[in-house]
Design a protein around this ligand. Structure first.
Ligand code: PMP
Length: 370
């Protein structure tokens, strides 16, 4: 018999090499954890760090969740009812749609299906860090084409990178996280002309007042558009997102997707949210109105420079004398949580909340200015 005696090896020797060499994704903390960290009850914390929707979903959602008939049975892997409901909400036939566990899952799915090891993805920072992280996780390479100082895309350099590095894919958020700027039609059309798959992440599109490009997947073979129930529908905790794909590629993504990633609860909640379109409209309008008010108020803070935004958050540059990290820490001690980025370290991003959240934030900023 062959000598199959096992040598003692450390468990990490089984892990793929590229995974060992990469950093971790820093996830946002939920109320329960913040509550312990800040020594405050969850209801005493104003959470403006993750672009969640403080109004939550329409009342139909908790009714639907309380009345789930078949939680013991696996969900519909094809999410038929939800995709049918989405048809009229977005104006696109359901055969173009895949529903997943948030836009996060769909980004991961796209990378899994598109990237061979060492394939390249163009990333235009500052933007949603998940694009870089996911590319590295899937053993791809990131080609960075930084945005211009006004956060618009550098189309010349994107075009050069496509010719030189032959990347497979570019991921663009519109509105972009963290600054809230839009990709213009002209820029998108120019990029779609390039030999590259374009993933357009429209997680925040409802707050822009602009029409979604989701229907463009019918006429552009190299376009995928992602959307989510996390933001305007207030369902971040239930994890439902969807992607629209050209018919020529969608079957491969369906084949590769985890079949049951959108749970029975997630599908029921999203279907229920779609039943109350007027609630979604009302909440969207309230947040847009509050964004305008908050922008004007933040402009008056001596150590902050807010940037105009089409999303439910405002990026602010913090004056060197104050310091962005210090500001984030000081506000956290006062019970207001905002987003600070280690690699964008002179900025903070503040989610638009209810009017009373803005008022509390302004009161704290006033105290910090003195
Ligand atoms: N895209 C962008 C640009 C985001 O900022 C976020 C979340 N912050 C997501 C996607 C994730 O969306 P979901 O909750 O649907 O996974």
């Amino acid at each position: 018999m062959a000598d199959n005696k096992k040598a003692v090896v450390s468990g990490d020797s089984y892990i793929r090499a590229h995974l060992k060499n990469m950093g971790s994704y820093t996830a946002i903390l939920p109320f329960e954890v913040l509550s312990v960290q800040l020594g405050r009850k969850p209801e005493e914390i104003i959470k403006l760090d993750a672009n969640e929707n403080p109004y939550g979903p329409p009342p139909e959602v908790s009714k639907a969740l309380g009345a789930l008939k078949f939680p013991h049975v696996y969900p519909d892997a094809e999410c038929r009812q939800l995709r049918a409901g989405l048809e009229s909400y977005i104006g696109l036939e359901s055969q173009h749609l895949i529903v997943g566990c948030g836009a996060y899952e769909l980004l991961d799915l796209i990378m899994r299906c598109v990237l061979d090891p060492n394939d390249k993805i163009v990333d235009c920072p500052p933007t949603f860090p998940m694009y870089q992280f996911g590319t590295t996780l899937h053993a791809g390479q990131v080609i960075e084409v930084p945005r211009k100082p006004d956060f618009s895309l550098d189309l010349e350099r994107i075009s050069e990178a496509v010719s030189k590095d032959k990347p497979k894919c570019i991921i663009l958020a519109s509105p972009n996280n963290p600054d809230g700027s839009l990709v213009t039609d002209e820029a998108l059309l120019r990029i779609l002309e390039l030999p590259i798959l374009v993933v357009l992440d429209e997680a925040y599109i409802e707050f822009s007042g602009m029409e979604s490009r989701i229907k463009w997947v019918k006429k552009h073979e190299n376009l995928i558009v992602l959307r989510t129930f996390s933001k305007v529908a207030g369902l971040a905790g239930l994890r439902v997102g969807y992607g629209a794909f050209p018919l020529s590629m969608i079957d491969y993504f369906r084949k590769a997707k985890q079949p049951f990633s959108a749970s029975v609860a997630a599908q029921a909640a999203a279907c229920a949210a779609l039943q109350n379109a007027s609630y979604l409209e009302k909440v969207k309008n309230a947040l847009i109105k509050e964004r305008r008010r908050m922008y004007e108020l933040l402009k008056g803070v001596p150590f902050l420079k807010p940037f105009p935004s089409y999303a439910n958050f405002l990026l602010c540059e913090v004056a060197p004398g104050k310091g962005a990290k210090q500001l984030k820490d000081e506000l956290a001690r006062m019970g207001i949580v905002i987003r600070y980025y280690g690699d964008l370290n002179t900025f903070v991003r503040i989610t638009v909340g209810k009017p009373e959240h803005t008022d509390a934030l302004m009161e704290c900023l006033r105290r910090l200015a003195n």
